[in-house]
Design a protein around this ligand. Structure first.
Ligand code: ARG
Length: 568
């Protein structure tokens, strides 16, 4: 599609001798449509040109040679040049773009590899609401990068290793017979975990036994490995139920344990740099000089490796295996320090600069429940599977109340319930903490997943009522010149730009907010414009636009991981 900003910049560049690329970054979209489609603020040139902004505006306007194919008119308002584009061109280009199966797909990411490390729950612990955010944010980024043509690799870096397994093994040894692990694995293991933690607090010997167990596991001890494997398999079966509900998929399930035989190399490289030093029996990298006060522990005093060492091994592995341009790590902001340390130490691994530059932590805020924060150790947890099932149940109750005769109620309830939870997680900027409130996320009138779905369903029912889809080629674009239709056309025109912004900031909420804008624009369009009317050409144009909106909403929701019902 025509890049109107670039066309405007090109013309201004011709008459000012300023850099076209830079001028393009100055161009704004006015809040009020009375001020045109694009505005060029002359304030930024005042210093360089030593003139008042309105004077600059009028000088430029005088010299401008408008190419009417793109720009119809330019006005001066204060220090601004306001541009009015050729809306017929815009409209026909947008409609054409919408024709294909996958509109607005792009290949700007072609040839670039993006590793996204997300979800990563911990074996033998509940998949909780905090992992939901990682799963949902990471999943959305995965889809969006892919849509833009990037080669995307989704990695579930399972927490399947570490000292907690030493504890679990010890607890299992002591009291395993008292718990029915096969029947309800994670709940039972959690109970053992809570109990062993209590025991450790009271008895130093037990704590030491736990530490030894993990060391044994690392050294390949048969008994410890066998129990660990059992915990892992049973946990994965439970996690899979959650992934099935969410529709999550991963290209790799290489978790922390995968790196157990890859850590000696990391330690070897670090040793050779001379930066790996002894401190209280442990081996650490001091990061004081890099402005990080806490050192990165590479090996504990009993010789066990750490979470950080495994992440360093994973960086080496991913650089070699995936040759990544970017490696994203989606976790809560509680891990900001961890990734600062790891990325800093990674500079010592002798990797190409490109990989170091590509390492990016994508932190997100906490999910707070009205009852407060949750933690496995204290046992105050909300299991995600229960939460998702509750969402589905609540959606079903609402449907039962609003539309009792709906077909496939269960299937629709699943889409609405899960969609509500996902959208809630994505609609606010990710670093913000969020409070999880049922009434808010399931409100069909609010800025929610169900609202997007409901709007989509309305577009479908319009199409169903008229009973046909007009041919794009037959649409009379001049029938779509009213401001409500133009508002929608402009939003659709922004689609690719929105996706690019998401990847620039690794912020799926930009797409979520955009879908809200599109849904609102449709509501206004629908309230102001009759669709089934005498004027067949006008009707066709409006029907086609309705179809386009449905397509944008459906594709956008899909990228966020949300399925659309056809009716609700
Ligand atoms: N398992 C970790 C947790 O639950 C998240 C792992 C994130 N990824 C990584 N490469 N460290 O907190």
């Amino acid at each position: 599609m025509t890049n109107f900003k670039q066309k405007i910049a090109e013309q201004i560049a011709k008459v000012t001798d300023l850099d076209e690329k830079e001028l393009e970054t100055y161009i704004e979209i006015p809040k009020d449509e009375k001020n045109g489609d694009y505005a060029f603020p002359c304030f930024r040139l005042a210093k360089e040109l030593k003139k008042a902004p309105p004077q600059i505006a009028s000088d430029i306007k005088e010299k401008l040679v408008l190419d009417e194919k793109y720009i119809k008119k330019v006005d001066i308002v204060g220090g601004y040049l306001n541009f009015y584009i050729n809306t017929n061109l815009l409209t026909s280009e947008v409609l054409k773009e919408m024709e294909g199966e996958e509109f607005g797909k792009s290949n700007i990411g072609a040839g670039k590899n993006i590793v996204i490390d997300y979800s990563a729950p911990n074996i033998a612990k509940p998949f909780h609401i905090g992992h939901l955010r990682s799963t949902v944010i990471g999943g959305a980024l995965y889809n969006i990068y892919k849509y833009l043509g990037y080669n995307t690799i989704g990695v579930n870096h399972l927490g399947d290793y570490g000292t907690q397994f030493g504890k679990l093994i010890e607890g299992y040894k002591l009291w395993g017979k008292e718990y029915d692990i096969e029947k309800d694995p994670i709940n039972e293991l959690t109970k053992i975990y809570i109990r062993i933690n209590e025991a450790c607090k009271e008895d130093e010997n037990i704590l030491n036994a736990c530490r030894d167990n993990f060391k044994k596991l690392e050294d390949g001890d048969e008994y410890c490995t066998k129990i660990w494997q059992k915990f892992r398999e049973l946990s994965l079966q439970e996690f899979q139920r959650v992934y099935d509900l969410l529709g999550s998929q991963f290209d790799s399930w290489n978790g922390e344990a995968f790196y157990s035989d890859k850590m000696p190399e990391v330690i070897d490289i670090l040793e050779k740099t001379g930066k790996l030093i002894e401190s209280q029996g442990a081996r650490i990298i001091d990061l004081e000089e890099q402005g990080i006060n806490t050192p990165c522990i590479i090996e504990k005093s009993n010789g066990s490796t750490t979470y950080a060492t495994r992440d360093l091994a994973a960086i080496l592995y991913r650089a070699r295996t995936y040759d990544f341009d970017k490696a994203l790590y989606v976790t809560s902001y509680e891990q900001v320090l961890h990734f600062k340390q790891v990325f800093e130490v990674a500079k010592l691994l002798g990797l190409d600069e490109k990989y170091i530059k590509g390492l990016t932590h994508i932190p997100f805020g906490m999910v707070l429940l009205p009852t407060g924060k949750m933690s496995t150790r204290e046992g105050n947890i909300v299991k995600l599977e229960e939460l998702l099932n509750e969402a589905i149940q609540r959606a079903e109750d609402i449907i039962e109340e609003k539309n009792p005769s709906l077909e496939n109620k269960k299937e629709v309830a699943k889409k609405v319930g899960i969609g509500a939870v996902i959208f809630n997680d994505l609609s606010n900027s990710r670093v913000k903490d969020e409070i999880f409130e049922w009434n808010q996320i399931l409100n069909f009138q609010g800025e929610t997943g169900p609202y997007i779905q409901y709007t989509y369903v309305r577009t479908r029912s319009v199409l169903e009522k008229v009973g046909y889809l007009p041919n794009m080629a037959d649409i009379k674009i001049e029938k779509l010149q009213d401001c409500y239709s133009q508002n929608i056309i402009k939003l659709i025109y922004e689609w690719e730009d929105i996706l690019i912004q998401v990847t620039q900031k690794d912020e799926p909420s930009i797409l979520a907010r955009y879908l809200i804008d599109v849904a609102k624009a449709f509501s206004v369009f629908y309230n102001e414009n009759k669709i089934m009317i005498e004027d067949k050409e006008l009707q066709d144009a409006r029907v086609y636009l309705t179809f386009c909106i449905g397509k944008v909403l459906k594709t956008g929701a899909k990228l966020l991981g949300i399925d659309m019902p056809n009716k609700m």
